[in-house]
Design a protein around this ligand. Structure first.
Ligand code: G4P
Length: 529
């Protein structure tokens, strides 16, 4: 393919994920985004927790039972002249490292905030992860059809807690029963909201110009109030600045209601206009591979087993970094130094597996995996390098795992190590005893592991509580210091699934004391694959 054609494909792609606290409206927004992408003719089929309808992205049986999304799916749809890839992230009470790692495979994020609640815990955590790569963030203040908090106060909270500047692009006109629409600060347009249009694309009802007398007719005395308010907002907030946005320092903010399908298109307009084209990625030898480099390359950020009971295989999700994927092409798996032919990669239309003939930087493809692919693996068209920056995150929840049948210890360990290679969960073996500790980022992962141990490894296991608050990977410049530390702190040390030394802390206080006491030891919250 000539390079100009590749450049054209690259210029079209926008790859993003949604970050939010549970119940802020991620699923509803996804639904409306797809409606605008016209993939689903009638939005409302993505999920219905209560109605018993399930998201197309809900694959696993367990998800169906719980009505939540535990897997990360990928949805591709056209919007205007762009081709958008939305990577869905597990978002409910239970989420996993996959959520975190998915954020390393996107070029921008949409942060959804419930306008009545403001910044919540999960959003704070997810934002921390996006900071590892300074990912550009677009913000959507949701649920304007309900009474929300003072919008200026919401912006202030985002700036203060998340440490990112806010540039409102739209500004709400009232909220709750009095929600009339938004004023678009850049287009100088008032866009009116109509209720009861949640399931279709609304006819756009706009009035150009804040000074337009039509506004006085339509909004009555509120028109003048709006003019004054906008004056105030302009004085009190930042103007949108593309450079600061791309550096992850400033977020454009939109107001709307996902349920009422209002404002989502304004946000998508901003996304396709401003969000980065597929970005370059760094390699472990310090190079940057640009999306328009002709040679193919990509990395694995997630491995998912048994998405479809009819295909009992595992699928490795690859983010394409450069070049072009073509059906039947050969790829070089750099960790193994081996060439593999990829007969049929998959693309994901929210759970429907479709075979792709070609794919480009920014796209996600699924490779069939019979146990030879690991998270973090790099594939190229022959060059030897590895993409850096696909981390393991220190788990936040821990359980001791115990067998019902003690004779199956070997299978248990094998299963756990394999599941940890997939990144489903992490396993720790203390140096001081024969316990097996399972660590996860989200509580649902524990159930997933027991379920999969039973169905794939024929092992029945149960959990016991264990007094562990957190874990950190440890390293030191000097081998001698590390040995000394290992002798003194044996009781708190363990090996993870990849035999890396880990400090297991019963309390945060204990961890902080250890950090103080051993200044030559580095305690890391993330570990690169
Ligand atoms: P999540 O994926 O972030 O967890 O949020 P989800 O979209 O499931 O939304 C959580 C709840 O908030 C849902 O109601 C949803 O209908 C509601 N919601 C989302 N956007 C808006 C909005 O703009 N306005 C209002 N008023 N509500 C909104 P639910 O009753 O918990 O579930 P469901 O039975 O409607 O699915």
């Amino acid at each position: 393919m000539p390079n100009s054609a590749l450049q054209k494909e690259v210029a079209k792609r926008r790859t993003f994920a949604i970050i939010s606290h549970p119940d802020a409206g991620k699923t509803t927004i996804t639904e409306k985004v797809l409606l605008h992408g016209q993939k689903l003719l009638k939005a409302g089929t993505v999920k219905g927790k209560k109605s018993g309808q399930h998201a197309k992205s809900d694959w696993m049986e367990m998800e169906k039972e719980r009505g939540i999304s535990v897997t990360t799916s990928v949805m591709q749809f056209p919007y205007q002249n762009a081709l958008v890839n939305l990577l869905d992230t597990p978002g409910h009470e239970d989420f996993s490292e996959d959520t975190y790692r998915t954020l390393t495979a996107v070029d921008s994020c949409l942060m959804v905030i419930d306008g009545a609640k403001g910044v919540e815990d999960r959003t704070i955590k997810l934002m921390e992860v996006t900071r590892l790569r300074d990912t550009p963030i677009i913000t959507f203040m949701n649920k304007l059809d309900r009474d929300i908090r003072d919008p200026l106060e919401l912006l202030d909270e985002v700036e203060r807690i998340l440490n990112i500047m806010c540039a409102p692009v739209t500004w709400p006109i009232g909220s709750g029963k009095n929600f009339k629409g938004v004023y678009h600060l850049i287009r100088d347009q008032v866009i009116f909201y109509k209720t009861g249009q949640g399931h279709r694309i609304q006819e756009i009802d706009v009035v150009d110009g804040l000074d337009n007398p039509v506004l006085d007719q339509r909004l009555g005395e509120y028109a003048q109030e709006l003019r004054e308010q906008i004056e105030l907002v302009k004085g009190a907030s930042n103007e949108f600045d593309s450079e600061l946005f791309l550096a992850g320092e400033l977020t454009p903010v939109y107001f709307g209601t996902a349920l009422g399908n209002f404002g989502v298109d304004h946000m998508l307009d901003g996304l396709v206009e401003w969000a980065p084209r597929p970005l370059s990625r760094e390699t472990d030898d310090g190079r940057k591979i640009d999306a328009t480099t002709p040679g193919f390359s990509g990395f694995i950020f997630k491995i998912q087993a048994n998405m479809d009971p009819r295909h009992r295989d595992r699928v490795a999700f690859m983010r394409i970094v450069s070049g072009q994927y073509q059906q039947g092409m050969k790829m070089y798996q750099t960790r193994l130094g081996k060439e593999v032919r990829i007969a049929d990669a998959l693309t994901f239309l929210a759970g429907d597996r479709e075979h792709v003939e070609e794919a480009f930087p920014g796209d996600i493809i699924g490779l069939h995996n019979h146990g030879t692919i690991q998270i973090g693996d790099t594939f190229t068209s022959g060059e030897q390098f590895k993409f850096s920056g696909i981390p393991n995150f220190a788990p936040e929840l821990f359980r001791r795992i115990r067998l019902k049948d003690p004779l199956k210890q070997k299978q248990l360990l094998k299963g756990l190590v394999q599941l940890s290679e997939e990144g489903a969960v992490q396993v720790f073996r203390p140096l001081a005893n024969n316990d097996l500790i399972v660590g996860a980022v989200g509580v649902l992962q524990f159930d997933v592991v027991v379920h999969r141990l039973r169905s794939e490894y024929n092992v029945d296991a149960v959990y016991e509580n264990i007094n562990v608050a957190t874990a950190r990977w440890v390293s030191a410049e000097s081998e001698r210091k590390l040995d000394e530390f290992q002798r003194k702190a044996t009781a708190n040390l363990a090996l993870d699934g990849g035999d890396n030394l880990t400090y297991i802390a019963p309390t945060m206080v204990n961890l902080n004391l250890a950090i103080e006491r051993y200044p030559d030891i580095t305690f890391s919250h993330t570990r690169e694959h």
